[in-house]
Design a protein around this ligand. Sequence first.
Ligand code: HEM
Ligand code: HEM
Length: 223
Amino acid sequence: MWDFPTRAFHWLLALSLCGSWATAEAGFEWIDTHDLLGYFALSLVLFRLLWGFFGARYARFSNFLTGPRRVLATLPKLFSRQPSEDVGHNPIGGWSTLLFLILVTIQAGTGLFISDDVMHVGPYNHTISSSLAGQLAQIHHLNFTALQVFVAIHLLAIAWYRFGKGTNLVGPMLTGKKQLQDAALGIASSQTLKALLLAAVAAAAVTALIQFAPEPTFDEFMF
Ligand code: HEM
Ligand code: HEM
């Protein structure tokens, strides 16, 4: 059911966010690693956006971003103890996927503009005023709390599915495999070659964003 690129994206995103957190806590000498992990997370999100349009069946936004009626219709099923029969994301899981992508973009995006006032300046920090940079640093802080809350809800929902509804979601996210009623519901291939190409495009776009950030002028550099 889950193609390999979506699974790789998922676990790499989880690892990179944990790494970003650890390096943010570890002190200013880790800030360069923090940036690199943040750029990596941004590349992952960009890849996932592309994969949402060009990827395998259950990874496509058109497969899981549904209208409000279907979202509301999912609610009673969500809280019943009936095992889930969903193939791919259910409508609520689908919208939370998009929410995660938006939150990670805000997190890494604000990172590009902020400074730790010690030894680190994000590549776009000098393009904005220091008061705006201060506000973006606050958003960087608050948005991370929002990410932590949503990851906690994510894990609670998965635990509810496992122990409340008797549905194992983690197995398919690890192996890609799920027992389906109808073999035609399965995906034929992970389309990994296409994914590698899109991943290269995403990595190149983020590298360009950082490499081609405007150089600070002498005044901006000194003050
Ligand atoms: C920083 C931590 C995490 C983040 C940001 C995160 C984010 C996400 C995202 C964005 C998706 C959608 C995948 C896609 O369609 O591309 C997802 C799905 C999923 N995640 Fe996580 N995840 C995290 C940690 C975990 C952990 C630790 C587990 C396992 C215990 C887990 C299990 C799952 C499962 C099973 C799904 C598929 C849900 C479904 O069947 O609809 N996640 N997660
Ligand atoms: C998605 C990836 C990222 C995550 C999860 C993340 C997370 C965090 C966290 C938890 C903090 C501590 C916040 C606080 O309590 O003050 C922090 C601080 C910081 N982050 Fe990030 N960050 C990410 C990406 C980035 C990027 C891409 C950059 C820069 C290029 C960056 C630059 C900074 C700086 C400079 C600080 C210190 C801010 C201060 O001292 O006020 N971060 N980050």
